[in-house]
Design a protein around this ligand. Structure first.
Ligand SMILES: N[C@@H](CCC(=O)N[C@@H](CS)C(=O)NCC(=O)O)C(=O)O
Length: 158
């Protein structure tokens, strides 16, 4: 899924060249994109988004991905979101010989795709569990506003 230009308020990303991944280390959605980038042997620039510090809710990040989740891929200024869509995009545009997911008549590829679809359908429940019992907590509008006032300091220290 591409985020249309009129929704991107963090306009600096539109001048980024090459592949940039806004991601988080412990995020499974980010991890699968990092794995494919490695498999494709593509150079890419990492931009760490700290979910514990809720940088995914910062105005800076929401200006790139209004959904407020990682990962987001920026390819020569175009923003792509939804990890499975990013995988398909990278596969279609950067794979050379052995296409990864969409290789025709390949049982393993269709099994991998089915598993990715299954994970996507379960992800919202996993998110609820993570937020209820894990380290990532939702914050209130006030907390977001407060954080925005010193957000730059936090971003620099990360
Ligand atoms: N369907 C989305 C889900 C993305 C997603 O939920 N990412 C998680 C990390 S794996 C996240 O950013 N969580 C932060 C939050 O929900 O506040 C995708 O596949 O990209």
């Amino acid at each position: 899924m591409i985020i249309s230009k009129d929704r991107i308020t963090t306009t600096e990303v539109q001048s980024w060249t090459g592949l940039h991944l806004l991601h988080s280390q412990g995020s499974s959605c980010s991890q699968k994109v990092r794995i494919l980038l490695g498999e494709l042997n593509q150079p890419w620039t990492a931009h760490a988004i700290n979910l514990r510090k809720q940088e995914n809710s910062s105005r800076w990040y929401l200006g790139i991905n209004p959904h407020g989740v990682v990962p987001a891929l920026v390819d020569n200024g175009t923003v792509h979101v939804e990890s499975n869509d990013i995988l398909a995009y990278l596969d279609q545009n950067y794979a050379t010989e052995n296409r990864f997911f969409f290789k025709q008549d390949c049982i393993e590829a269709s099994e991998a795709k089915a598993l990715l679809d299954l994970e996507k359908s379960l992800h919202i429940e996993l998110r609820i569990l993570t937020i209820q019992f894990g380290p990532v907590k939702l914050k209130s509008e006030n907390e977001i506003d407060e954080k925005e006032q010193n957000g730059d300091k936090e971003r620099q220290s990360y």
